[in-house]
Design a protein around this ligand. Structure first.
Ligand SMILES: Nc1nc2c(ncn2[C@@H]2O[C@H](COP(=O)(O)OP(=O)(O)OP(=O)(O)O)[C@@H](O)[C@H]2O)c(=O)[nH]1
Ligand SMILES: [Mg+2]
Length: 417
């Protein structure tokens, strides 16, 4: 089954907690901090795999959780970092947030990695937290939570050359004689229900060819296999436009298919095409060939896929056109932002509530979760961190008075001014 859209939830692993322990050993007089740091949580990472062609696997893995980092240990030993969780995806996989307002990234090359949910950092143990001013901290940090996201994963097949044309014109037959791909071939329309990729070797060089499901009139409105497959032609740098010489008017077929491309995305018409007039082994085609050659502004190559006639000529021409063809301009969509670390929200937010103020925000949450509130020293440190983030000033500005209650996630404290 071919799947090119799927929604999954990804969870980075939590960082291990640091620990606070005191050194107590024979002959060591003073003791000292002895608690190791937690290991980082694992990330969920997509990895490009040229051998894959569908997102089907993800359909059976709706929740992908990376492992948590190990807690710090005594004797100053750090907890182990968790291994990352790698998920293989086909080339051409694009990852968005759930409502597609942010593009998280894409995987276009074999073994290319894309982190879709970062693991949390391990918390520091009291060895790592020791400073000149506080050489023996009696607290440690908790590990950070990993990133959680609901993501929309889409596949747009990545191939240099795409085979387009009406059903039954011989696209699959052609890919089967020029590449390692072995698609199903049959006389009835819509035999090909999913894109098939094949590697085509021409002398010393090679390119990736995509056999795409046949298009019909009004495919752009969803007829036939429709738009679902039109989107897969978008990343092909050139098209082999196959027409069938046994059909009544191959030239008219050619016009109609191009019209479908144009209606879907007019930029597609600017891509180089080679028109492949197929089934030349059938009789009485000369007149149709003349019309094609005189009216079509692209190269027209007459072949028989069946009898492998003039296939080499076609392949060399394809290679030549491919070398001249421009790189595909990545689709520019102003409604979709690219994800960057900086594109985050402010460090914190302040809300007035009935008995005081409420603080929230992603960065604040990280500092909060790192803090071990059982340890007074850790709580004091948290208060200092808030002050240096500007929280105290902002609270004052928002109108907070001495003894007002400040809510921070599950914790409450009094505002002392
Ligand atoms: N005579 C002749 N028949 C051919 C040739 N190439 C393909 N055919 C036949 O045309 C029919 C359709 O071929 P396919 O390769 O399945 O066509 P397609 O374009 O992939 O069709 P869809 O997958 O439905 O879009 C099959 O019966 C093929 O054997 C050719 O060069 N000559
Ligand atoms: Mg086919």
């Amino acid at each position: 089954m071919f799947v090119d859209e799927v929604v999954v939830e990804v969870y980075g692993g939590r960082g291990g907690n640091g620990i606070a322990v005191a050194r107590r050993e024979k002959y060591v007089e003073m003791g000292g901090p002895w608690g190791g740091s937690g290991g980082n949580g694992g990330s969920v990472i997509f990895v490009g795999d040229e051998g894959m062609s569908t997102l089907l696997d993800l359909r059976y893995q709706r929740h992908i959780k990376a492992k948590n980092g190990e807690n710090g240990r005594t004797k100053g030993q750090d907890g182990a970092w968790a291994e990352h969780t790698y998920i293989r995806v086909p080339l051409g996989t694009i990852v968005y947030n759930e409502d597609k307002s942010v593009r998280i990234g894409e995987v276009t090359k074999h073994l290319e990695e894309l982190v879709v949910a970062q693991g949390g950092k391990g918390g520091r143990g009291n060895v790592a937290l020791a400073t000149h001013r506080n050489p023996y901290p009696e607290f440690a940090e908790n590990g950070d939570a990993g990133v959680y996201r609901k993501i929309k994963v889409e596949l747009k097949v990545l191939a240099d050359v795409g085979l387009i044309g009406y059903p039954s014109v011989g696209k699959s037959t052609l890919i089967s004689v020029v590449s390692n791909a072995r698609p199903k071939i049959a006389e009835y329309p819509f035999t090909t229900l999913q894109p098939n990729l094949g590697m085509v070797q021409v002398g010393e060089e090679s390119f990736v060819l995509a056999d795409l499901p046949g298009l019909i009139e009004n495919a752009h409105l969803g007829l036939g296999l429709g738009i679902r497959f039109l989107k897969h032609v978008e990343r092909c740098r050139i098209f082999l436009h196959v027409v069938d010489l046994t059909r009544d008017d191959p030239y008219d077929d050619y016009l109609k298919i191009n019209h479908e491309l144009e209606m879907y995305n007019e930029e597609l018409l600017l891509r180089p095409q080679i028109v492949v007039a197929n089934k030349s082994d059938m009789p009485d085609n000369d007149h149709k060939i003349d019309i094609l050659k005189s009216k079509i502004p692209h190269p027209v190559i007459v072949v028989s896929a069946h009898q492998m006639k003039d296939i080499d000529k076609l392949l060399y021409k394809t290679l030549e056109e491919l070398k001249k063809a421009p790189k595909i301009q990545e689709e520019v969509r102003h409604d979709i932002k690219n994800y960057t670390l900086e594109s985050g929200e402010p460090d914190f937010f302040i809300n007035q509530v009935s008995d005081g103020y409420e603080l929230s925000g992603a960065k604040l949450k990280i500092l909060f979760e790192r803090t071990d509130f059982v340890r007074p020293e850790a709580v004091k440190r948290f208060a200092r961190q808030l002050r240096s983030m500007g929280v105290d000033d902002a609270l004052r500005k928002a109108g907070a008075k001495n003894k007002d209650i400040i809510h921070i996630f599950s914790y409450e404290f009094e505002f002392i001014d």
